[in-house]
Design a protein around this ligand. Structure first.
Ligand code: CDP
Ligand code: CDP
Length: 224
């Protein structure tokens, strides 16, 4: 039996990271960890409690009384915030618009990275996020940086939202995605960027199956 590896998938919003990471994890019988869900969960709590997102102190205080737990489930992952299932609630536009500000705080990131490293420790794992290859799993055997044109990413999120009955106009979604990418790329603490040893995959013209296949091929090369 080959030793399981760690696979890190980073990239901008709606590039297809989580969809493809889930498929790859399932094929390899690895666990899948969506790290964005953690930042979304703490943001949901901040919004509920009326915390000032810009304040480092308030974010730190909130963090100290918050419990975030990810549990692998059949087709993905369940997210618990203070023991309550928030898997769906964290996908709202309200949370999406606020999350990058919350994710910029150093204390918040430190805590989340610790949790992520604990979850991945010694296991076969596919983890997606923004700083997985650069900070969370720097020794990952396979690092992928996945992107697609901003127009295509907005279109995909639009279609996905329709199924959830979220009806944000396409132009507004594209602007929101572009703004979030900019904030994530320009923050001081572990910004979104491609790790030096990551492989770039542009999914603009790839189907989900094709992108998953490409990553599985790269994984198999590393499993030999
Ligand atoms: O699914 P989508 O691309 O819309 O976003 P996500 O992966 O759920 O991440 C939401 C936000 O969390 C990102 O825009 C980042 O601000 C933050 N995030 C991060 O800072 N670091 C990570 N490893 C994952 C997400
Ligand atoms: O995790 P991330 O934000 O990078 O993206 P995602 O939530 O996995 O993908 C956003 C949407 O694009 C999903 O509804 C996917 O089904 C879709 N998608 C696609 O149509 N074609 C691809 N090659 C990848 C994703």
């Amino acid at each position: 039996l080959t030793k399981p590896i760690q696979i890190a998938i980073d990239g901008p919003a709606a590039a297809g990271k989580s969809t493809i990471a889930k498929i790859v994890a399932e094929k390899l019988s690895y666990i899948y960890i969506d790290t964005g869900a953690m930042y979304r969960a703490i943001t949901l709590k901040a919004l509920t409690e009326g915390i000032n997102m810009a304040s480092n102190d308030e974010a730190g205080q909130l963090l100290s009384k918050t419990e975030i737990d990810l549990q692998p489930s059949g087709d993905g992952q369940l997210v618990f915030l203070d023991k309550k299932d928030v898997t769906e609630a964290i996908r709202s536009q309200h949370v999406t618009k606020a999350v990058s500000e919350m994710a910029a705080h150093e204390q918040v990131r430190q805590r989340m990275v610790e949790l992520q490293q604990q979850l991945a420790d010694g296991r076969g794992v596919v983890m997606d996020g923004r700083d997985i290859g650069t900070h969370v799993l720097p020794e990952a055997a396979l690092k992928v940086f996945m992107s697609a044109s901003v127009e295509e990413r907005a279109r995909r999120r639009f279609e996905e939202n329709k199924k959830r009955n979220i009806l944000t106009p396409l132009e507004e979604l594209q602007a929101e995605i572009a703004k979030r990418d900019k904030m994530d790329s320009e923050r001081i603490v572990s910004p979104l960027r491609q790790a030096d040893d990551a492989i770039f995959i542009d999914t603009t013209d790839l189907t989900i199956a094709q992108a998953a296949q490409e990553i599985l091929k790269l994984a198999e090369e590393r499993l030999l």
